[in-house]
Design a protein around this ligand. Structure first.
Ligand SMILES: [Fe+2]
Length: 200
């Protein structure tokens, strides 16, 4: 494992440990225990430049570490791609790090990175897995159940199983860590058509 990859995984693990939930601690441990050399980064040029700029502008230590490792982070594979339309895929890009079919293998946990493009609305959706996002760069207006707040670097949000959630970006977009635990099958993922979390 190269130093930049090791440092990036250590910072991701550190951010998850702050959550203190047992599943978060297990995710942190698994991220740091598996051999992972990184993989070629297949992102489109526009996303690649935007993510680099967001990570550069953020003072969050995980953003600093991820910028150094960016060329070897496997962005571009979305675990729920089969559950959503091509239009939906225009909203965001995912770096899938850990899961049953991911570079770091785990049968029970998923984790990775998330980039939502500027001025995009990811409508209400839900899934069986419990989920945590940790924002590391940019900002977003986040809806989780009945709560809605603007969150930025260092903030986290937790979704219990099947809690509907949504995310609206402004002009800068957002980069976050994410993890799933519990029932991590992607089959339960669904968009709540016709329910707009950001309607006035
Ligand atoms: Fe989610």
């Amino acid at each position: 494992m190269t130093d930049v990859i090791r440092r990036a995984l250590a910072e991701i693990a550190h951010a998850f440990r702050a959550e203190r939930r047992d599943d978060a601690l297990a995710t942190a441990a698994a991220l740091q225990s598996a051999p992972f050399q990184g993989q070629a980064n297949p992102l489109a040029a526009a996303d690649d430049a935007a993510i680099r700029a967001l990570l550069f502008a953020s003072g969050h230590p995980t953003a600093v570490a991820l910028l150094a490792a960016h060329d070897r982070m496997p962005w571009g594979v979305n675990p729920v791609a089969r559950q959503v339309s091509a239009d939906h895929m225009e909203l965001y890009a995912v770096c899938d790090l850990m899961g049953p079919d991911s570079p770091i293998r785990s049968a029970h946990l998923r984790a990775g990175l998330y980039y939502q493009r500027p001025n995009c609305r990811y409508a209400l959706h839900s899934h069986a897995a419990a989920e945590t996002y940790v924002i590391i760069a940019g900002s977003a207006l986040w809806t989780a159940g009945d709560a809605r707040k603007l969150i930025g670097p260092g903030d986290s949000v937790h979704h219990s199983t099947y809690l509907p959630h949504a995310c609206q970006t402004g002009p800068e977009g957002v980069v976050a860590l994410w993890r799933w635990s519990g029932d991590i099958g992607v089959e339960s993922y669904r968009l709540h058509d016709g329910q707009d979390a950001f309607a006035a």
